[in-house]
Design a protein around this ligand. Structure first.
Ligand SMILES: NC(=O)c1ccc[n+]([C@@H]2O[C@H](COP(=O)([O-])OP(=O)(O)OC[C@H]3O[C@@H](n4cnc5c(N)ncnc54)[C@H](OP(=O)(O)O)[C@@H]3O)[C@@H](O)[C@H]2O)c1
Length: 403
């Protein structure tokens, strides 16, 4: 198998490194030697061993009949889409670490791969080094997946963990995440939840077998989470985590990205720092949890190389993966039942009593020397919550509780 790696950045260079370092192991696993014939990048890499195989023109790869596989690690949905699509149309399989590409064009690329008896695989696009996509479509086929809930973005998990453990403010931990290289100068893809949204869209599509459009997923980030929310969460026995989630409730499929209150007993509760984890419920498998490095050069590249191995093992045969070329209609989240954490910015006994009665709260929580109070509502739909909340101008925050 001769492969071409598109993009020699963090992940692409990791893929080249692993394929070289683990050559013997990979040859044993696939029964065939896998070698990188080309590396495509915009830059030159003087002194780097890839210098000899570096090209700047994708057509060199496209027009070389010896290349059977392109490994896309450039990112984005521009050239990455054009190159992967034309490679598939030219009879070359493809794999990618690019969640934006898979969430936007996955259906089309999977359909071309199937038609041409090729493979399009994307294990590293969700959860970096955590094996999650292949377990969902392969190991869990003997039952239905009923729920997936994941900590899918390491940057925001790092920030929320710091806010929780060190009692620091959002702006302060964002600066630290940027200084450490975890967050971009423009952090919106992480902190607004867009990155997690694309990842839960991919997982939902696999779990429910039809394309889930990321643009239809209600997405809320962590920008309005305050030190006060963290302090109340801790006192009430919860952590606040940014969760991507999809659920099948009596045939209705709900999906969202939102900060959630996680109870101490939940398997995702102890997942802190830059780690990712995905909690999956199946009607036959029961509860499963996948945990590990959601990013990073070698963990992510190892997941890409696993695709390279799978593709090399299956020449002329499309491995069942992905979803049908049909869009799944998500149900409105306003109809889903939940408990809610609600924080009020004024402590006045009449407001406390009225709020407890309106929301069916069992207790009111207060923190010494802090203004306001908080409560957990009874279970209700979001539409019901919003109707009741309209009567309270003192509400400063609402965060759903993970059931
Ligand atoms: N980094 C992680 O931990 C991680 C984890 C999971 C998934 N991913 C995904 O993996 C992909 C790659 O991420 P990365 O961190 O490796 O990015 P990166 O370090 O920026 O590497 C991308 C490389 O591709 C090159 N490139 C971009 N456009 C190109 C084009 N049109 N033609 C040729 N080369 C091009 C870039 O060159 P220039 O630098 O000159 O632009 C750069 O060398 C992304 O989709 C990302 O979301 C990354």
């Amino acid at each position: 198998m001769k492969a071409a790696v598109l993009g020699y950045g963090t992940i692409g260079s990791g893929v080249v490194e692993i394929l070289e370092q683990k050559k013997e192991l990979i040859t044993r696993e696939t029964g065939e030697e896998v070698s990188v014939k080309y590396v495509l990048d915009l830059r030159d890499f003087p002194g780097d061993p890839v210098e000899k195989i570096l090209v700047h023109d994708f057509d060199t790869i496209l027009n070389d009949p010896e290349v059977g596989l392109v490994v896309e690690t450039m990112g984005g949905t521009g050239a990455a889409y054009t190159f992967v699509k034309s490679a598939l149309l030219a009879g070359k399989s493809a794999c990618t670490s690019n969640k934006a590409l898979v969430a936007k064009y996955g259906s089309e690329l999977l359909a071309i791969a199937r038609e041409k008896k090729l493979n399009f695989q994307f294990e590293a696009s969700v959860g970096g080094g955590i094996p999650i996509i292949r377990p969902l479509y392969s190991c869990m086929t003997a039952g239905n997946i009923t729920e997936i809930t994941g900590i899918l973005n390491g940057t925001t998990n790092f920030m929320l963990s710091k806010m929780d453990l060190e009692g620091r403010a959002y702006e302060d931990v964002l600066k630290e995440a940027q200084a450490l290289g975890y967050a971009e100068r423009d952090p919106s893809a992480d902190v607004e939840g867009y990155d997690a949204c694309r990842k839960i869209a991919i997982l939902s599509s696999i779990a429910f077998g039809k394309f889930v459009d990321f643009e239809q997923i209600e997405t809320r980030g962590i920008t309005d989470i305050t030190k006060d929310d963290m302090a109340f969460a801790r006192k009430m026995g919860y952590a606040i985590k940014l969760l991507g989630s999809c659920k099948n409730v009596d045939g209705k499929i709900y999906a969202s990205v939102s900060p959630k209150f996680l109870p101490t007993g939940h398997p995702l509760y102890p997942v802190s720092g830059v780690f990712n984890a995905v909690y999956v419920k199946g009607d036959m498998s029961g509860d499963l949890m996948f945990y590990g490095s959601g990013a990073g050069k070698l963990p992510t590249a190892s997941a890409v190389v696993a695709d390279v191995v799978e593709i090399t093992r299956n020449p002329g045969r499309t491995v069942f993966a992905g979803w049908a070329d049909e869009t799944l209609a998500l149900s409105e989240n306003t109809g889903a039942e939940n408990q809610y954490f609600v924080r009020f910015n004024a402590a006045d006994q009449s407001v406390e009593e009225a709020a407890a009665a309106a929301f069916g709260a069992e207790e009111i929580t207060k923190i010494d020397h802090e203004p306001g109070f908080a409560l957990l509502t009874a279970k209700m739909t979001r539409a019901e919550y919003e109707e009741k909340a309209a009567a309270f101008s003192q509400i400063a925050q609402m965060i759903p509780v993970q059931g």
